[in-house]
Write a protein that binds this ligand. Structure first.
Ligand code: MN
Length: 444
């Protein structure tokens, strides 16, 4: 799969007379002498699929694919028995060409000295600028060295180009192999959400549900959380990126869980909301069913030819009409939509691309407005309604209710497929899962 990705990228680069350099990234310090667990940059994962820090992949479409004239060069750390004893195994330059199917491997220490020579003969250099300052300084220096060469009569890149229009455009369209990885991530996410629903009860702490979810992700072999878990009970659910996950949960509250397993660095991104005690009250039912109706209507608009904004507009329309029917907003619908009176309660957009990054790369705009869906794209659909505990403009019964429901939708030739299907979301199914009837894999 990664070799195919490199070939695809090389073809695009060749058409554009460009070379590219893509980095795996460095270890990030956490505190004192402890680092965060390493997670490679997604562009590097897409092309290489392995997870050592301090690597750079150089792609040269004008090369011949030999060691003398390489098309693919991997710069990486040399093997070092002492360092490997302390900090873990390294592939090293000797083993890398065969292991990864690349033309040439060189020590990362030589990158900035060697790079200018390799780039000769290409018009542009595609590189992820704006991520790391020291890297940016090196890249600019390489370009200036190349300008000196140009005076000597050789062709060389004069400009840096962000991967947005090349690599990120490729990443937007998922292959069947990539879709399978997202499906696998979602099968673990399903187990995690059902386990959290079954565990939830009056008096338990948000952290217990958070732990259950992390435990499920890790013991099933996931590469981690796709993003920091959100386990938000009651009014905490109105904070979109709540991350404290440490409050005691109570009867009468709902708990909103936004958590997705990462599998081989591919993300799932799923939100479910359920009553702490497992039984929806009348007010909770009204809001929850409205969000679910908006979601189901919205998913229907995720298909080839539909512009990216439409599923958001469909969700907004259903939510706004529902809020009018519940007496929370005043009508008529057209006036409410025009005045955006709903926005106080819906807050965010209805979805985003999903892939190696939870908010995946790929442009949302076409030449004339929002781009249209095409087969292979994966988007989230995640309408929500949020009523803060201190909102005196609404009836007391709505205050502190926050509901978001989120699935991962693959655009297919004929419509779409829900990659997070099977994670309980009807009121009946959610209540069953809370009662422990959907925890299909027993947790140790
Ligand atoms: Mn999301």
């Amino acid at each position: 799969m990664y070799q195919k990705h490199r070939e695809d990228f090389l073809s695009v680069l060749e058409e554009r007379d460009s070379a590219a350099i893509i980095f795996s990234g460095s270890l990030k310090n956490r505190n004192n002498d402890c680092d965060h667990r390493f997670r490679p940059e997604s562009d590097f994962v897409y092309l290489m699929g392995f997870n050592e820090p301090e690597c750079a992949l150089v792609l040269l479409p004008n090369g011949k694919g030999t060691e003398e004239s390489p098309r693919t060069i991997l710069f990486l750390r040399e093997r070092d028995p002492l360092m490997e004893t302390w900090n873990g195994r390294r592939v090293g330059t000797e083993r890398a060409p065969e292991q990864f199917g690349i033309d040439l491997a060189l020590p990362i220490d030589e990158l900035w000295d060697e790079l200018p020579e390799f780039l000769v003969g290409h018009g542009t250099l595609v590189a992820p600028s704006g991520v790391d300052e020291s890297r940016d300084r090196h890249l600019l220096k390489v370009l200036s060295q190349l300008r000196d060469k140009v005076r000597g009569g050789v062709r060389a890149p004069s400009a840096l180009e962000h991967p947005r229009d090349t690599l990120h455009e490729l990443r937007l369209f998922k292959s069947e192999d990539e879709v399978e990885l997202i499906r696998k991530a979602n099968s673990i996410t399903r187990e995690a959400h059902h386990a959290a629903m079954a565990l939830s009860a009056e008096g338990r702490n948000e952290c217990e549900l958070d732990a259950e979810i992390v435990c499920t992700f890790m013991k099933r072999g996931g590469t981690g959380e796709s993003y920091n878990n959100i386990v938000a009970s009651g009014n905490n659910g109105t904070i979109l990126h709540y991350g404290e996950n440490n409050k005691t949960m109570h009867d009468g509250q709902m708990v909103l869980i936004d958590a997705g397993c990462e599998w081989k660095y591919y993300a799932s991104d799923v939100t479910r909301t359920f009553p702490v005690n497992g039984k929806f009250s009348e007010a909770q039912t009204a809001i929850y069913q409205l969000v679910l109706d908006a979601m189901m209507a919205s998913i229907d608009s995720v298909k080839p030819g539909k512009p990216f904004n439409e599923f958001h507009d469909v969700a907004t329309r259903v939510l706004t009409q529902g809020l009018i029917d519940l007496g929370i907003l005043s009508g008529p619908l057209d006036l409410a939509l025009e005045s955006r009176s709903y926005a106080k309660y819906t807050i965010h957009r209805t979805g985003h691309w999903l892939g190696l990054d939870v908010h995946d790369q790929g442009s949302y705009a076409g030449a004339n407005g929002p781009r249209e869906f095409e087969p292979g794209m994966v988007t989230t659909v995640e309408p929500g309604l949020y009523f803060t505990a201190d909102d005196e403009e609404i009836d007391a019964k709505w205050r502190g209710i926050a509901v978001r429901i989120e699935d991962n939708i693959l655009v297919t030739k004929d419509g779409n497929t829900n990659l997070s299907e099977g994670i309980s979301k009807t009121i009946e199914d959610v209540e069953a899962a809370c009662a422990g009837e959907r925890a299909e894999v027993a947790l140790a």
